[in-house]
Write a protein that binds this ligand. Structure first.
Ligand code: C2E
Ligand code: CA
Ligand code: CA
Length: 513
């Protein structure tokens, strides 16, 4: 608005100056010529020359003014162009892309268009591990690949440090699929830059007008939500915006953000579930089960957050916390030394594979003075899927340190019996899915009995978990099971309730003796 007023004023001043100069020139020069009293022919000649001088001077002035105006206008449009361009990829930057897409969307018949966000997932990692040049290289490389797919009316821009935005007229699902497949193929080949070789991975989030939204800014927001959704998918990182899934994704992301802070906010707690001997039902050990005390959502069970903790790289710190916290709590229990239970902790496959695992356990045992022969770790078969040889090495090393191990959740997954003899574990935990049918189904009783016999022949102790009914306990006792755990005896308890439970149980046993 201000510049419009300014240019009008300038035009008025220039015109007025031209008019005044012309008026003064004609009037004054005519007066001078009149005072000279020249003969008719000479006067005409002087007037012609005077007119020519005026035309020549004013042409020169017009030339300078127009020249200057063109220069100013060129500079402004070059500045505008630079302000709309991303210097690294030479694509439109965020504001350039948004402006161009808003205009393009207005031109669409029926307002049909698609916004695709493409995120280069490990850019931060690549920048950190191989340097910024490597990150820049990957961005240009991906940008070039996307460029190959562009139609004449598609608009590509760099929306963010690691993110490209693509505006497509209409809803061309097949084109998007082709682009996705091409990028997937490309991402499978390592890129060579100097001495380094690395691969990139990416995710794609898509929103569509007019079904999802009718403005570019809204479409961008919804494509961002779809992108977050896409990243949560295990293998194919592509998602179209979907309002129901978006709700879950937002909840999951909120949980993810909160989870990142939960450790420093001291929101994790451990509960203990007793494991009892069979026969006799004496307390042998307790299994430590972590919980998250969320300030708004209450107590969250581990199945809800362990996988997320693995994905965001929190699991190792969480594991260290669980071990230290469990040991501290057990050592603080106000109970007679004779009934002190051993401790079992769970290790996820990722925790087990971490190169610092052994050192971290060793350090914690040393710091707390907890005897290693009172510690056992529970792992599942999936822990060995990737690298069985390495898994065996770690179990053997733990055994040398005095720490025993148990194979958890037996009866779920593959549960191969042949596999059992290859694993250097000392105990087998039978999952509730095999326990539940025991009272009613004879075949399942035979299977469990055979399983226990086999485990014994391999010198493995057998612990049955998830026992809820007395009949399940009786069947297990008949089958020769070594230990039991389940709601029938106790739910997982906070440390304060555990000491009470132990003292009660001790009294009961003494009373019945
Ligand atoms: P899990 O190791 O199989 O632990 C036993 C689960 O069964 C526990 O669930 C326990 O509360 C539940 N349970 C115990 N007795 C009964 C019963 O009689 N009936 C039924 N229906 N369930 C029973 P929870 O505490 O929700 O833990 C779930 C899983 O989370 C655990 O399964 C374990 O794999 C994992 N987990 C727990 N704490 C940790 C931890 O500190 N680190 C890791 N990596 N994983 C953990
Ligand atoms: Ca367990
Ligand atoms: Ca289990």
């Amino acid at each position: 608005m201000r510049s419009k007023l300014f240019s009008r004023k300038l035009a008025f001043i220039v015109t007025l100056a031209y008019f005044a100069a012309g008026f003064l020139w004609i009037t004054l020069s005519d007066l001078v010529v009149a005072t000279l009293h020249l003969p008719e022919t000479e006067r005409t000649l002087v007037e012609i020359v005077k007119g020519d001088i005026f035309i020549a001077l004013s042409s020169l002035a017009v030339y300078f003014v127009i020249h200057r105006l063109i220069r100013i206008s060129n500079e402004t449009s070059a500045q505008k162009h630079l302000a709309r361009q991303d210097p690294l990829t030479h694509l439109l930057n965020r504001s350039g892309w948004t402006e161009a897409s808003i205009t393009a969307l207005r031109r669409q018949e029926r307002g049909e268009a698609t916004v695709v966000l493409i995120d280069v997932s490990q850019l931060r990692y690549i920048n950190g591990a191989f340097g910024m040049a490597a990150g820049d290289f990957i961005l240009r490389y991906v940008a070039d690949h996307i460029r190959h797919h562009l139609g004449p009316h598609d608009i590509l821009g760099r929306n963010d440090a690691s993110r490209f935005a693509l505006f497509l007229p209409g809803n061309p699902e097949q084109d998007i699929e082709r682009l996705f497949e091409d990028l997937s193929r490309t991402s499978h080949h390592p890129v060579q830059l100097g001495l380094h070789r690395f691969r990139f991975s990416f995710a794609m989030g898509i929103s569509r007008a007019p079904r999802d939204a009718t403005s570019i800014l809204e479409l961008l927001t919804l494509a961002t939500i779809a992108l977050d959704q896409a990243k949560l998918y295990p293998d194919r990182h592509l998602a179209y915006y979907n309002p129901t899934e978006a709700k879950n994704t937002l909840a999951a992301l909120r949980l993810e953000t909160d989870l990142g802070l939960a450790l420093e906010r001291h929101e994790f707690i451990v509960h203990f579930q007793p494991i009892l001997s069979l026969p006799g039902l004496q307390l042998l050990s307790v299994e430590s089960l972590v919980r998250w005390q969320h300030p708004a959502l209450g107590l969250i069970p581990p199945d809800t957050f362990i996988r997320t903790a693995e994905r965001i790289g929190l699991i190792h710190e969480l594991g260290r916390f669980v071990l230290t916290e469990s040991i501290r709590n057990l050592m603080r229990l106000q109970i007679p030394a004779l009934v002190r239970p051993s401790l079992a902790i769970n290790l996820s496959a990722l925790q087990f594979a971490h190169r610092d695992l052994l050192q971290s356990i060793e350090d914690t045992l040393e710091e707390t003075g907890f005897p290693p022969d009172r510690l056992s770790v529970e792992i599942t078969e999936s822990t060995f899927m990737n690298d069985p040889e390495q898994g065996r090495k770690i179990l053997n090393r733990l055994h040398e340190m005095g720490i025993s191990s148990a194979l958890d959740d037996f009866g779920t997954g593959y549960s191969s019996l042949a596999y059992l003899q290859e694993l250097p574990v000392q105990a087998l935990k039978i999952d509730r899915s095999l326990i539940k049918p025991l009272p009613s189904q004879e075949p399942s009783r035979r299977i469990v009995r055979a399983l226990i016999d086999l485990a014994h022949s391999l010198e493995l102790r057998v612990i049955a978990e998830g026992i809820e009914r007395r009949e399940e306990l009786e069947a297990l006792e008949n089958a020769g099971c070594d230990a039991v755990q389940g709601f029938l005896f106790s739910r997982p308890l906070p440390p304060s309730a555990l000491s009470e439970w132990i003292l009660n149980q001790n009294d009961n046993l003494e009373g019945s003796a």
